[in-house]
Write a protein that binds this ligand. Structure first.
Ligand SMILES: NC(=O)c1ccc[n+]([C@@H]2O[C@H](COP(=O)([O-])OP(=O)(O)OC[C@H]3O[C@@H](n4cnc5c(N)ncnc54)[C@H](O)[C@@H]3O)[C@@H](O)[C@H]2O)c1
Length: 87
């Protein structure tokens, strides 16, 4: 995936808000790097179904990770970070 000034990091991308936001950003032409730890606070099958829908997109890249240990921003050029996870 190409990374440029239109690359946006969305945390909690498999969650309710993160998923819909990711879809919208992809529709708008952004590159999205999504991270999610797929926790089981509620039924994870719902999260996996959401991921199936966005993972097909060529401008989407998923990282299944804990936010606190995730340090890809050292690798990628990301213009915006949107944080959508709850503690
Ligand atoms: N849904 C609403 O109506 C609403 C309203 C107001 C505020 N909020 C807030 O917005 C945020 C997102 O809400 P939501 O409904 O999308 O929640 P959600 O639980 O559906 O999504 C959060 C996602 O973040 C992931 N996550 C949690 N901790 C993580 C971590 N340490 N590292 C990586 N991923 C992690 C979870 O697996 C989940 O998929 C929450 O903070 C929530 O409190 C939601």
């Amino acid at each position: 995936m190409q990374k440029n000034s239109k690359s946006i990091l969305v945390t909690g991308c498999a969650g309710f808000i993160g998923f819909h936001l990711t879809k919208r950003l992809l529709d708008e032409g952004f590159y999205v790097i999504g991270i999610d730890n797929m926790n089981d606070y509620y039924d994870t099958s719902l999260k996996y179904d959401r991921l199936k829908m966005i993972m097909k997109h060529p401008r989407f890249q998923l990282s299944k990770a804990q936010l606190r240990t995730w340090n890809y921003w050292k690798i990628f050029s990301i213009s915006t970070i949107l944080i959508l996870w709850s503690i």
